[in-house]
Design a protein around this ligand. Structure first.
Ligand code: ZN
Length: 269
């Protein structure tokens, strides 16, 4: 892990420092070798939420953000300790996922953190290939080439991540452009905004008073509902994927006719 408590303060590992794990209160060792990035390690095996091996990908993502945003403590209603990989100044929790995670664990973290975005690493050749097969078969919205609707059908990645409950950013190895899946629940379709990795990071870091990231989500959402409304009135001009002919209501997971309170609740940002 990146930081431990040294005389009550969060510090990175340095030679000679003695630390305590903020997750389990056990003593931890400062590992300051030449091969790996300096880090803290538990002295004994335990079930501590911070006792996990991190990949370079995971650490790399965390290090794009200030150290005080990393490994932020949360307690759930049962008093169980959780540590958000990153929690931004606008209270967005970012969880970086390199390996598979059970749907129970995912649901539990969704609940604990509420305002969460998953960042999922796609690095296996086969899964990257399948992702692009699916993504490239999608429909870029007219006038909005970075907003894409795709069919989930048969894609195992989306059977895992495609619930549309929370935003999911797919970080595809070797690609600067990530695919951000919007939190819109739909059985057949998934809605994406293509965003550069650096832009995603900067939207969280920028000093803008309003959260740039939330603005991006809202903006994309408005584009989608705008196009679908248009579709209702002028189906011939706007071509959408011919999927069991979902109604506008089904497609967005809620009514497009403005009903602010309902839509805010269902979007779950
Ligand atoms: Zn611990």
């Amino acid at each position: 892990m990146k930081t431990a408590l040294v005389e009550g303060a969060r510090r990175g590992a340095e030679p000679g420092l003695k630390g305590v794990c903020p997750g389990c209160d056990q003593p931890v060792l400062a590992r300051c070798g030449k091969k790996r990035v300096w880090h803290w390690a538990h002295k004994v095996e335990c079930n501590c939420p911070l006792n996990k091996e991190e990949t370079d990908w995971h650490r790399g993502w965390k290090n794009h953000f200030p150290v005080e945003w990393q490994e932020v403590f949360h307690s759930d209603i049962n008093g169980e300790r959780h540590f958000a990989d990153v929690k931004t100044k606008n209270s967005w929790v970012l969880e970086f996922q390199h390996s598979p995670i059970s749907s129970e664990e995912r649901a539990s973290r969704n609940k604990v953190y509420g305002k969460i975005t998953w960042v999922v690493h796609l690095y296996r050749q086969q899964e990257t290939k399948r992702f692009f097969e699916m993504a490239n078969g999608g429909l870029a919205l007219p006038g909005h080439p970075y907003t894409v609707i795709v069919e989930k059908k048969g894609n195992y990645l989306l059977s895992d991540w495609g619930e549309g409950i929370k935003p999911v950013l797919f970080d595809i190895e070797g690609n600067e452009v990530c695919w951000l899946m919007l939190p819109i629940e739909n059985e057949n379709l998934a809605y994406f905004a293509k965003v550069k990795k650096n832009d995603f990071i900067n939207l969280h870091i920028s000093e803008d008073q309003n959260c740039g990231y939330t603005k991006l989500l809202n903006h994309t959402f408005q584009i989608i509902s705008g196009v679908l409304q248009k579709k209702k009135g002028n189906a011939r001009k706007v071509k959408l994927p011919p999927l069991n002919k979902p109604s506008v209501q089904d497609t967005l997971g809620y009514r497009v006719v403005p009903r602010p309170r309902l839509s805010r609740r269902r979007r779950r940002f």
